[in-house]
Design a protein around this ligand. Structure first.
Ligand code: ATP
Length: 201
């Protein structure tokens, strides 16, 4: 079992500190319309660094902070922590058996802070780690309303991407792109050096 727990406070409809424990391999969430089912999957993607407010179904980042109700005031910040089991070393760069990823958004400063196992880190670190979870936007680990038809109607290239992500290839593709960029830069530098060498000879 990989994602063990979600803790959320001030995130969308989670006004109070809320803990969800996932104790089974496959989780189904059921409930009436508008009860907050999709907010759970939004919280996972948000904690894993999602920057597109549109994909989180909001107009701007403020929309992900609990906006208040008749009996509860609006929250000042939103915080979500995902607890992953890492006993099988799913995270290549993190060696602890349990990995906690936290995102906190402060409505006043409009800043997001990210933490891995309680240590502050950069969005980029989270995005790298997110690729290893297989829980990113293009993955099929989270099947929301519409995902099945999107998958069925996807063009072959797009469908291939979904399989690649499920098989854990996405992170290698990203690393390959980075390596190719580095290679192009180095080749350019080499050309420049040989030009300089020629002018000196
Ligand atoms: P459906 O089955 O219709 O898709 P759902 O169970 O997936 O519904 P969600 O879309 O997850 O429901 O949740 C919508 C609810 O979350 C709404 O009641 C909405 O008012 C509430 N909500 C969303 N953002 C906030 C916020 N920032 N503050 C307070 N409540 C919010």
């Amino acid at each position: 079992l990989f994602l063990k727990q979600i803790r959320a406070v001030g995130f969308k409809s989670f006004a109070e500190p809320t803990t969800l424990n996932f104790t089974k391999e496959m989780i189904g969430v059921v409930g009436p319309n508008g009860s907050g089912k999709s907010n759970i999957t939004d919280s996972i993607r948000w904690a894993l660094g999602e920057q597109s407010t549109k994909s989180l179904r909001g107009a701007n980042m403020d929309d992900i902070v609990f906006s208040g109700s008749t009996d509860k005031p609006a929250a000042d910040f939103a915080e979500v922590t995902l607890v992953f089991d890492n006993q099988r070393d799913i995270f290549s760069t993190i060696k602890t058996d349990v990995v906690e990823i936290t995102r906190r958004f402060n409505k006043k400063t409009r800043d997001s802070d990210f933490f891995i196992n309680g240590e502050k880190c950069k969005l980029r670190d989270i995005q790298d780690v997110a690729l290893e979870t297989g829980l990113t936007k293009s993955s099929i680990a989270i099947i929301s309303q519409g995902t099945i038809s999107t998958f069925a109607e996807a063009k072959p290239d797009a469908r291939r991407e979904i399989f690649d992500e499920a098989a854990g290839l996405a992170k290698y593709k990203k690393r390959k792109l980075e390596a190719l960029k580095q290679l192009a830069k180095t080749t350019e530098n080499l050309t420049r050096i040989s030009d300089i060498k020629l002018t000196l000879e």
